[in-house]
Design a protein around this ligand. Structure first.
Ligand SMILES: NC(=O)c1ccc[n+]([C@@H]2O[C@H](COP(=O)([O-])OP(=O)(O)OC[C@H]3O[C@@H](n4cnc5c(N)ncnc54)[C@H](O)[C@@H]3O)[C@@H](O)[C@H]2O)c1
Length: 345
């Protein structure tokens, strides 16, 4: 079987740290043919570091060389590059969030359907062993119908001040669109992707606007900080399920914590770590996993699923229609916060 020819667009942190090493671990299925970055020097350095032969600054030229691309640029360019790639007949794995807003996501999905090419989004939390186990357990009906999800992704004073994370124009927002999106996606998937119908939310950034920050991840400019650093939301779904959601980069809390807790009709699931909570045999049972199969690197499992799906060997786990629901909820939370109103979707 011919290997998939892959190109990487945007050679910054996530391309170097996660995607390129992961693809190189599955070299029986895929080869990285070329990298592309607006910054030629950055692209050349990465190409040299990983032994990749071709380097481009214009992604249109790279499309001629490959079957698929992984897009690792700031969020603002996700839609534009994805659509151009699909129109050139190239499969796309685009980093999260899918785009700056849900309208752009819709255009990406239409382009994928027109081209008949794969489109997936880098929601790698789904590929953690604990999350995959939770999904299997829910599909095997161990918790019955999910009712309430409590979801949190909380950091204590860890604003990522480097790169573009606090640039609203390039990223579309802060803690919610950057980090909270992973947990929205993961919990929606575990809930069975019900349709969100009502959203009320509040975003804050007052804490990061204060001078003389104590920030564990280094200094950032509080004067230009214009994205959210703490967000709360309440989301209702068409099947009656609800979600209580909170995310922050910079809360005054005791310690960092992240997790999804789903209470269903006959049992519940907690992540992370995986725990199954049931009322069974006349008692309350809490079951932890002693061993879960799979690779410890969710980035590797993620790209393996994408590559195998492009080659027709697997079914895509992160579908673009599901990723778009995440963006719809994010748009609704920001809108609800601005208008102080509940958003009906
Ligand atoms: N899955 C995760 O947990 C995770 C973690 C970090 C970042 N990300 C996502 O990955 C993306 C990139 O983040 P990063 O931290 O690697 O950013 P980065 O700033 O380190 O790198 C982005 C690179 O894209 C290049 N670039 C910008 N516009 C381009 C264009 N039009 N064509 C080609 N190259 C272009 C820049 O020159 C830069 O080298 C973002 O969407 C971010 O949300 C995901």
């Amino acid at each position: 079987m011919a290997k998939l020819k892959m190109g990487i667009i945007g050679t910054g942190g996530i391309a170097r740290d996660r995607h390129i090493p992961a693809y190189q671990k599955i070299s029986d299925l895929v080869t990285i043919e070329a990298v592309c970055d607006l910054n030629m020097q950055a692209a050349e350095e990465v190409a040299k570091q990983f032994g990749i032969k071709k380097v481009y600054t214009d992604y249109h030229e790279l499309f001629q060389e490959v079957d698929a691309v992984t897009i690792c640029t700031p969020n603002k360019f996700h839609a534009e590059i994805t659509i151009a790639a699909l129109e050139a007949g190239v499969h796309v794995l685009c980093e999260k969030p899918m785009a700056i807003n849900a309208a752009e996501c819709e255009s990406m999905i239409e382009a994928s359907k027109r081209a008949g090419k794969m489109l997936s989004i880098g929601f790698h939390y789904r590929f953690t062993k604990d999350a995959l186990a939770a999904k299997r357990v829910i599909l095997e009906n161990e918790i019955g119908q999910p009712i309430v999800a409590r979801v949190h992704a909380m950091r204590r004073r860890k604003v990522p001040g480097w790169g573009v994370f606090t640039n609203k124009d390039l990223q579309g927002g802060g803690s919610l669109i950057d980090w909270g999106c992973h947990f929205l996606d993961l919990s929606l998937w575990l809930l069975g992707n019900p349709k969100p119908v009502q959203v009320i939310g509040q975003s804050y950034n007052g804490l990061s606007k204060m001078p003389n920050q104590v920030n564990e991840w280094g200094a950032f400019n509080h004067e230009t900080f214009n994205v959210d650093d703490h967000v709360t939301a309440y989301i209702k779904f068409d099947n009656g399920a609800t979600m209580l959601f909170e995310t922050s980069w910079s809360a005054n809390i005791k310690e960092d914590s992240e997790g999804v807790s789903i209470s269903g009709e006959t049992g519940g699931i907690d992540l992370f770590p995986f725990e199954l909570n049931q009322a069974k045999h006349g008692m309350l049972l809490n079951s932890q996993a002693n061993w879960i199969p799979g690779d410890d690197d969710p980035g590797l499992t993620q790209v393996t699923n994408f590559v195998e799906s492009c080659l027709g060997l697997s079914e895509l786990i992160v579908k673009p229609e599901e990723a778009m629901q995440v963006s719809k909820i994010i748009d609704a939370i920001y809108h609800s916060s601005e208008t102080s109103e509940m958003v009906n979707l």
